[in-house]
Ligand binder design. Structure first.
Ligand code: GTQ
Length: 351
C-alpha cells in the first residue's frame, strides 16, 4: 500500500478525486459523516411564534380575494423560517390556517395525508368525513384520517377558522401520495351528524363489531369536542398536583387501538396552573402548540417568548422548553411522537 501523502498534498489529491467523481454522482462519506449522523438532533427547524391576530388579518384579506371553492382549500401555510420553501412547520409536519366564510364549501376530496383540524374561531361550520358531519366549535379537535373523503361547509353566520395539522412532509418523504376529487362538492351524507361520538367516543362499540361498522376499524372516532377534553383537564387539576415538567397533561387517544389519534400524528393538551413554572424538558418530537387560554411565557433553549391566547408556537426536536403561566395556561399540541415510537426513535429528557 502507498504511504499516506503529506496533508496538503492529500487535500489536493482528494479534491481532485471528488471533482472527477461528482459527475458520476459519487461522493465521499467521510466529508459529511458528522453532519449525516450527528451525536444528537440538530434540527434545521427553528423556534417560531405566529400571532393569530396578525395571521388572521392576512387570511381575511385572502377571503376577500378568492373563494374557498376556487382555492379548493383557502389556507395560509405556517412555514418554519428554517425550512424555507418546504411548506413545513417541522421536518415531518405541516400547519396552516383555513378560512371558510358563511355559506361557502370546501369541496370533497381525499388523499393519503392525514389531517387534524383544531378550531380557532367560529361555531357551527362542519367537517364531513365519509359523509358524516362533525359540527365544529372553538377548540374542538376534528380528524380527517388519510384516505377518507372530506369536505367542509359553513352554514353559520360568521367566519370559521381552524388550524390544519397534516403529515404532508412525512407522506412526501415516503413518496406515497395519492389524491382524488369527488365528482360533487359534497360527499353524500351517510350517517347522522355526530354519529361517531355516540358509537365510539364513550367507551362503547357496536355490539356486532366490524360487520356493522361504517367507520374504518383503525379510525372509528374523529371528533374530540373542547367541552370534553377541557373538563377532563379541569378534573385532573383538581385531583393532583401538577407534574413538574408538564403541568397537567393528557394525550388524545384513538379508541380503535388505544394509540395516537392517527398513524403519523399525536396530540395532547396541557393545563399549567396560574403562577406555575414547568421545569425544562426536551423531546425528539418537534411540537406545534396553540394557546387556548391564559397568558404566559415559553422559554425554549435561551429564547423567551410571550404567549397570548391563540398564539401558535413551534418547538423543534430536542429543544428544551418550559412554560410559565399567568392565569391558567391551556395548550393544545400536536407532533409526530407516534412515528418516533413506532420507529424506536423516541427520546425525552426531563431537565
Ligand atoms: O382540508 O383537505 O391545509 O388537503 C392542506 C391540504 C388542508 C384539507 C390543508 C389539504 C387540506
Amino acid at each position: 500500500m502507498a504511504q499516506p501523502s503529506p496533508a496538503n498534498e492529500q487535500r489536493a489529491l482528494l479534491d481532485d478525486l471528488y471533482t472527477q467523481m461528482a459527475p458520476r454522482h459519487l461522493f465521499p462519506l467521510w466529508e459529511s459523516l458528522a453532519m449525516l449522523v450527528p451525536p444528537q438532533p440538530a434540527s434545521p427547524a427553528v423556534v417560531h411564534k405566529w400571532s393569530y391576530r396578525e395571521a388572521r388579518e392576512y387570511l381575511m384579506r385572502a377571503g376577500d380575494l378568492i373563494t374557498a371553492k376556487q382555492a379548493e382549500r383557502r389556507v395560509l401555510i405556517l412555514e418554519n423560517p428554517g425550512l424555507a420553501g418546504q411548506s413545513a412547520i417541522t421536518p415531518s409536519l405541516y400547519a396552516g390556517l383555513q378560512l371558510i366564510l358563511p355559506s361557502e364549501v370546501a369541496p370533497a376530496h381525499r388523499h393519503s395525508q392525514s389531517a387534524l383540524r383544531f378550531v380557532m374561531e367560529g361555531q357551527g361550520a362542519f367537517t364531513a368525513v365519509d359523509g358524516e358531519r362533525a359540527t365544529m366549535g372553538p377548540y374542538d379537535l376534528v380528524l380527517t384520517p388519510g384516505g377518507q373523503w372530506h369536505d367542509h361547509g359553513n352554514g353559520s353566520q360568521a367566519p370559521m377558522i381552524w388550524l390544519d395539522g397534516l403529515d404532508i412532509p412525512t407522506v412526501r418523504h415516503f413518496d406515497a401520495t395519492f389524491a382524488e376529487h369527488y365528482p360533487q362538492d359534497q360527499f353524500p351524507q351517510s350517517a347522522p351528524a355526530g354519529d361517531n361520538r355516540y358509537r365510539y367516543g364513550r367507551n362503547l362499540r357496536p355490539f356486532r363489531g366490524r360487520s356493522s361498522d361504517r367507520r374504518p376499524a383503525h379510525q372509528p372516532l374523529f371528533h374530540y369536542p373542547y367541552a370534553e377534553w377541557r373538563e377532563s383537564l379541569a378534573a385532573l387539576a383538581r385531583a393532583e398536583a401538577p407534574d413538574a415538567h408538564l403541568g397537567h397533561a393528557l394525550e388524545f387517544r384513538n379508541p380503535g387501538d388505544g394509540g395516537a389519534i392517527m398513524p403519523t400524528i399525536s396530540a395532547q393538551v396541557r393545563l399549567i396552573p396560574d403562577g406555575f413554572q414547568t421545569r425544562p424538558r426536551r423531546t425528539t418530537d418537534g411540537t406545534i402548540f396553540v394557546v387556548v387560554e391564559g397568558n404566559g411565557t415559553a422559554t425554549v433553549e435561551d429564547r423567551r417568548i410571550t404567549l397570548i391566547e391563540k398564539d401558535i408556537l413551534v418547538v423543534p426536536s430536542w429543544h428544551a422548553a418550559s412554560f410559565e403561566a399567568s392565569g391558567d395556561l391551556v395548550l393544545f399540541g400536536y407532533s409526530d411522537k407516534t412515528c418516533h415510537e413506532k420507529l424506536n426513535l423516541y427520546r425525552e429528557e426531563d431537565l
